[in-house]
Design a protein around this ligand. Structure first.
Ligand code: GMT
Length: 381
């Protein structure tokens, strides 16, 4: 198939999922064109994927750069000149509308919803109606968890097919010998990784760390960067625990730090899925995370703990219990085995391939003859 994939290139989970999927599809023999404003961080340099830069012209008349239009233009050109057969966008806003504008019914569109494209931006009146309309016209809409699919039903009136995210267990593997770079021999190593947006509640992670430190010797590595990083570090300073906090902004090889951790912490207010937590499990690192969004769909008691959002004392208690539990080594092994068994990239890639096949076979839809229930509904896998 000749597939156009669209994503944001930065540290966000949707770009990671899209880049890794694009790479796997290309290695399986598909021709994959990846559209983004710059090469996505997680796209391997030797990938057979063809990266197509979306150049957004600046002009003094424009009040802001016209990303949506520039992306639509790039996709439209690729449909004509490269013969794209299908477009798969990641993160609906504004990608679903841009793809619809470009395709105009000529080729099927698949959209994957990831999280705040539904729960935050999706509810903004500035975007809701047009995004809903674009999603309803798609050949298929997918969501990365059942929870997100339910939110999408309420927000956009669509019923996405759920395809969970995959994790590359070759790349994400235990790396205990690296622990000495981040913690002393007698210290536990706690790691959090994210793009430091408000929804990630990194400040809560620091508060939890301060509580844990009153009971155990531990260090905290904050991996990644984003708008809330300075605030999180200032909280650490104000709590007097900054000597135990290391902030590593460059997250090019997160597996090196993740694989060295004793526990991974996620305190988010919402997660469509929680990809970083799954990557930690693949590294053999148990996870303590808030019971929000899609997290309870993959975080089982055998591989970690769920805690209530905002209950920082309960969070710290769960961390201390796990770190001092004699079951921790077994849990580490279970975590990796579980990630390998349930979130294998090959299995997830085949699910997307099946979805594409169904979308291509059903295209073009005889829109005027579709029953109301079928119109715009997702294609099942
Ligand atoms: O929805 C977002 O916040 C953006 C998105 C991103 O690109 O960072 O993250 C989402 O997609 C990831 C990959 O599917 C999920 O693992 C994250 O849970 C999800 N983030 C949120 O829902 C906050």
């Amino acid at each position: 198939m000749r597939i156009g994939m669209v994503c944001y290139p930065g540290l966000g989970g949707s770009g990671i999922v899209a880049s890794e999927l694009a790479d796997r599809l290309a290695r399986r023999g598909h021709q994959v064109f990846l559209f983004a404003t710059e090469p996505p961080l997680r796209l391997p340099t030797d990938s057979p994927v063809r990266f197509v830069p979306v150049e957004v012209p600046h002009y003094p008349v424009f009040p802001a750069p016209l990303y949506t239009l520039a992306l639509a233009g790039a996709l439209e050109r690729a449909i004509r000149e490269e013969g794209l057969e299908l477009i798969h966008t990641h993160y609906a806003i504004p990608h679903a509308v841009a793809a619809e504008l470009a395709a105009e019914g000529r080729i099927p569109l698949v959209h994957t919803l990831h999280g705040t494209d539904v729960t935050l931006l999706g509810r903004d009146p500035a975007y809701q109606q047009l995004t809903s309309r674009a999603l309803k016209k798609a050949a298929a809409v997918t969501a990365v968890s059942h929870n997100l699919a339910q939110q999408a039903q309420r927000t956009f009136g669509v019923s996405p097919t759920v395809i969970y995210n995959a994790v590359d267990t070759e790349r994400f593997r235990p790396n205990p010998t690296a622990k000495r770079f981040y913690a002393a021999l007698d210290e536990f190593l706690l790691v959090h990784a994210s793009n430091f947006r408000a929804v990630k509640r990194v400040g809560d992670i620091v508060h939890v760390y301060a509580k844990v430190r009153q009971r155990l010797k531990a260090r905290l590595v904050l991996l990644g960067t984003g708008p809330e990083r300075a605030e999180a570090l200032s909280i650490a300073h104000n709590l007097g625990v900054d000597d135990g906090v290391t902030s590593l902004a460059t997250a090019k090889n997160p597996e090196e730090v993740l694989g060295a951790a004793d526990l991974f912490l996620l305190a988010s207010e919402y997660e469509g899925f929680g990809q970083s937590g799954l990557e930690a499990l693949a590294c053999g690192v148990p996870v303590v995370a808030t019971r929000v969004g899609g997290i309870p769909e993959w975080l089982t008691p055998e591989v970690g703990r769920l805690v209530e959002f905002g209950d920082l004392e309960g969070f710290a208690q769960a961390v201390v219990e796990l770190l001092t539990s004699e079951k921790l080594p077994a849990m580490r092994e279970a975590a990796r085995a579980y990630a390998e068994a349930h979130f294998h990239p090959e299995v997830i890639t085949q699910q997307y391939e099946a979805l594409y096949q169904a979308a291509l076979q059903g295209w073009p839809y005889p829109h005027d003859r579709l029953s109301p229930g079928r119109r715009g509904g997702p294609v099942g896998v």
